[in-house]
Design a protein around this ligand. Sequence first.
Ligand code: C2E
Ligand code: MG
Ligand code: MG
Ligand code: MG
Length: 283
Amino acid sequence: AAKRAGGNRLHIFSDDLRVQVRERLDAEARLREALAGDLVETLPIWFQPIVSAETGGITGAEALVRMRTPSGRILGPGHFIAAAEETGLIVPLGEHVLRRAVRQLLEWGDRLGYMSVNVSPRQLAEADFVPMLANLLAAHPHLDPSRLVIEITETALLGFSVDVRERLEMIKALGVRIALDDFGTGYSSLTWLQSVPADVVKLDRSFVAGLSGDPRKASIIEAVLWLARSLGMSVVAEGVEDPADWQALRGLDCPSCQGYLFGKPVPAAEFGQVLRRAVEQAA
Ligand code: C2E
Ligand code: MG
Ligand code: MG
Ligand code: MG
């Protein structure tokens, strides 16, 4: 019986592996097809509000890429970002995201404070990244570069031969701000904080969700807020879904929040409407 169970397990495992390999190849093929098409159609950028914790008013947005399949289905980044990074296709994909995000920021004007864009380690390692960013900014001389925020995760520091810190200094020299995404989930968050010239800490949602009923989480957030403040950095709490967590964050004087409570990522047209309504309400 044991042998049979083992045999079954082996069978299931290899099936699993086959499915994984097939999904990975599908992702790559879909990505190549998308990048060969009309990018605005095939790789739409959705936007999620980032709000002032005090008022709930929208201060910024995070650009989050999606993929529209030929059948019209919308896929989240979980379906293709890993494949994009492994193949290097993240480079053209990321440039597209950055261009669209800047374009939306210009279109929305002063209705939106800033735009936050995810940049993968692979993009950052590319020698062309900083020149591309500099050219993009030069093409829009009226855009205040500090309204653009580049989000990077801790893994950007690992496994690349380029001096990431130097790259980030170059980005900062352009006036663009830098945010540490998913802060607290890596292995060396304090090293990260010490060695990277960041402006914003994005507190990972694993610390935020359930905060109101968990004094340990509250203590950790309080400590990060204190640390960030004394380093002159701002903080965005990610993944705020529960009004009680929002209240707790306000109580701790957390400056900004992002999460389903304030709005899910939506297509550009819809986000534009949200901004218009917000302006009308304020008027
Ligand atoms: P991220 O940068 O940490 O983005 C936040 C993710 O959390 C988004 O998922 C967002 O939809 C989700 N989220 C926001 N609020 C809540 C909430 O209240 N509850 C829960 N459960 N989730 C929430 P999404 O859009 O699926 O993106 C996943 C990840 O994919 C991003 O995590 C980012 O690492 C990556 N990604 C997205 N767009 C890009 C891109 O253009 N370039 C690169 N390199 N990576 C991207
Ligand atoms: Mg992000
Ligand atoms: Mg994040
Ligand atoms: Mg994340």
